[in-house]
Design a protein around this ligand. Structure first.
Ligand SMILES: [Mn+2]
Length: 406
């Protein structure tokens, strides 16, 4: 190349539309002094070692650690549940469900979603979190805390400064729970978590046996952003491209707005992904589409995992989230669907993500997230009690005592 045309060629390569990653010159980002290396002498550079090293805890018999009596015991846990810290604890107490926090922020790039777990533990919605679940759910007559052994498993170690480096410890912790046969429930944190969560579940149950329902306003299968291959907009692309699960095992519900665009829909179709947009719901009605989703979940893999982005609900109900999108679902639509999915299917995991209490006026989002988690727990409890009939309702509460209630 003659030197005189080099600047022209350079300008041409910088034009938008020539940004295909394969063709882009690598000289800018490859130069060795662009990145500051990590300190390999820091004994706490591994988040797991730094935050969940059990060697510092005193010796004790494996089992549950109670935090006190009902009504503001003074120590906060999810729903006032006892604590467990190790797989041995889960096995000793034959735990059904372990709820863990994953306080990761950086997959979005703004602070707030990382405070989701603590906002739910705090019980600041006006409902005493520690008493929830002790009384029967009015619609179905099952009290999930009476049926299930459930615990707060603490928070996953994460690297507060890196999404990439936070993926392995989350995956390790979810896998550690699932390997004992306990159902992990992961409270985020942003939606980058779907990547380690689903990877861990398919590690344990096998990629062909697990179906995933992704509730979200967005399809979360985007390509690279500033060279990053994981963020809250990319977990599904990574899971499929890295071979953790196939697109055919995925069902998407609630997509709307402007993302995905045509390219994204094309990618989902090429990967045989099933999707149910708000456009389909607008055309066919909620009940019809809900039946399709429930039938697809039943007819799919042996096990079901649900990844729930709170922004699938309308911002009227979930204002406290990073990327709100108008025209979404209502609690009255979502709650019975979650309850049914979790009672009809063999659940192997559930995550709820993108709750950002820092932008949640009146704690509306905390309140509704608190409840939607319990709809899932109620469904799991119903199944344990032998209630798997679709549309089951408690006869005591759906009818009064008139012979002909017209
Ligand atoms: Mn999402």
């Amino acid at each position: 190349m003659r030197p005189t045309i080099a600047p022209i060629l350079f300008m041409f390569m910088m034009l938008p539309g020539n940004a295909n990653p394969q063709e882009r010159p690598l000289t800018v980002v490859d130069h060795e002094d662009r990145y500051i290396p990590m300190d390999t002498d820091d004994e706490y550079r591994d988040p797991w070692e730094a935050m969940r090293d059990q060697r510092e805890y005193p010796d004790r018999e494996p089992g549950l650690i109670p935090i006190g009596r009902l009504y503001q015991p003074g120590v906060k846990s999810f729903f006032g549940l006892p604590l467990a810290l190790t797989p041995e604890d889960l096995e000793a107490a034959d735990v059904d469900v372990a709820i863990m926090g994953a306080p990761i922020d950086l997959g979005f790039g703004f602070r707030g979603a990382g405070k989701g777990p603590d906002a739910l533990r705090a019980g600041i919605t006006g409902i005493d979190s520690s008493t929830s679940g002790n009384l029967p759910h009015m619609h179905v007559g099952v009290a999930w805390k009476r049926s299930l052994v459930a615990v707060d498993y603490g928070n996953s170690p994460i690297d507060l400064l890196s999404t990439e480096r936070s993926m392995p410890p989350v995956r390790k912790m979810v896998r550690e729970i699932a390997e004992t046969g306990t159902i992990p429930v992961i409270v985020g944190g942003d939606h980058s978590l779907e990547y380690p969560n689903v990877a861990a579940i398919t590690d344990v149950y096998g990629k062909e046996n697990v179906s995933v329902i992704h509730f979200d306003a967005h399809f979360d299968a985007g390509g690279s952003e500033f060279g990053h291959m994981i963020s809250h907009g990319q977990p599904i692309r990574r899971l499929v491209d890295d071979g953790h699960i196939s697109g055919a095992n995925y069902i998407q519900v609630g997509l709307r707005g402007y993302w995905p665009g045509e390219e994204g829909f094309k990618w989902m179709r090429e990967n045989n992904m099933r999707y149910h947009t708000m456009a389909e719901i607008e055309r066919d009605g909620w009940d019809v589409v809900m039946d399709r989703v429930m039938n697809e979940a039943l007819g799919a893999g042996e096990y079901l995992y649900i990844s729930f982005d709170v922004d699938v609900l309308d911002p009227a109900y979930m204002p406290g989230t990073g990327t709100p999108e108008s025209g979404g679902l209502t609690p009255r639509e979502v709650f019975p669907l979650l309850r049914t999915l979790c009672s009809e299917n063999r659940m192997v995991g559930f995550d709820v993500v993108e709750l950002n209490p820092l932008v949640d006026p009146g704690y509306t989002t905390v309140l509704n997230t608190h409840r939607l988690l319990q709809e899932c727990l109620t469904g799991i409890a119903m199944r344990k009690e032998g209630i798997t009939e679709r549309g089951y309702h408690n006869p005591l509460t759906v009818e009064d005592n008139r012979a002909d209630p017209q």
